[in-house]
Design a binder for this molecule. Structure first.
Ligand SMILES: [Zn+2]
Length: 185
């Protein structure tokens, strides 16, 4: 277990069960938000994010441009948050359909990375390799544009871990048999 002997910056103040005051208290060598009324421990865990990597016949990756918030105008591998009652594969397919209009099959897991770029919302990102089985690309939900890009010529990206994943794809493209068409490297 990672220790945090000093209380972190408090983000939540009221117990979700009884409305009592939350304070940091030591439990098993880690500061946990603890209700002063009912004793409930409010665990602060990362949210699970799911993303799907799709290539066209030229080996270009499908990216989407975000239409709101801090990352508006920047691009990402289409992604979203898993719902509490949702299977992880179903969540990846649902988010991809909502954001791109494309129905996909998940082929295999490609990467799992921790995202710490937003201090208020740490996530664990799961990137799947996928194939399109139906639809034509249309931006929806959090995106206002979608397009295919060569791995060596991607537009400005919103998330640092998407940059890491694209670098991993570049290094593994011979194995994956993607992204090499037209490349002189
Ligand atoms: Zn409580």
């Amino acid at each position: 277990m990672k220790h945090n002997p000093q209380p972190p910056v408090q983000r939540y103040f009221y117990c979700p069960k009884c409305g009592g005051a939350l304070e940091y208290r030591m439990h098993d060598e880690r500061q946990r938000l603890t209700c002063q009324s009912c004793g409930y421990i409010f665990y602060e865990n990362p949210i699970v994010g799911v993303a799907a990597i799709v290539f066209n016949e030229r080996g270009e990756i499908l990216l989407g441009r975000r239409n709101w918030g801090d990352y508006q105008g920047l691009w990402c591998i289409p992604c979203g948050y898993l719902e509490y009652d949702e299977d992880v594969f179903d969540g990846a397919k649902r988010e991809f359909l909502e954001e791109t209009g494309l129905t996909i099959n998940i082929v295999k897991l490609f990467a799992v990375l921790s995202n710490f770029h937003d201090p208020a919302r740490h996530t664990v990102g799961i990137w799947f390799l996928a194939e399109v089985i139906a639809g034509t690309p249309v931006a929806g939900d959090d995106l206002d544009m979608v397009g295919y890009f060569a791995l060596d010529n991607v537009p400005p990206l919103a998330f640092p871990t998407d940059r890491t994943v694209i670098e991993m794809l570049r290094q593994q493209r011979d194995v994956l048999s993607v992204g090499s068409a037209g490349s002189d490297k």
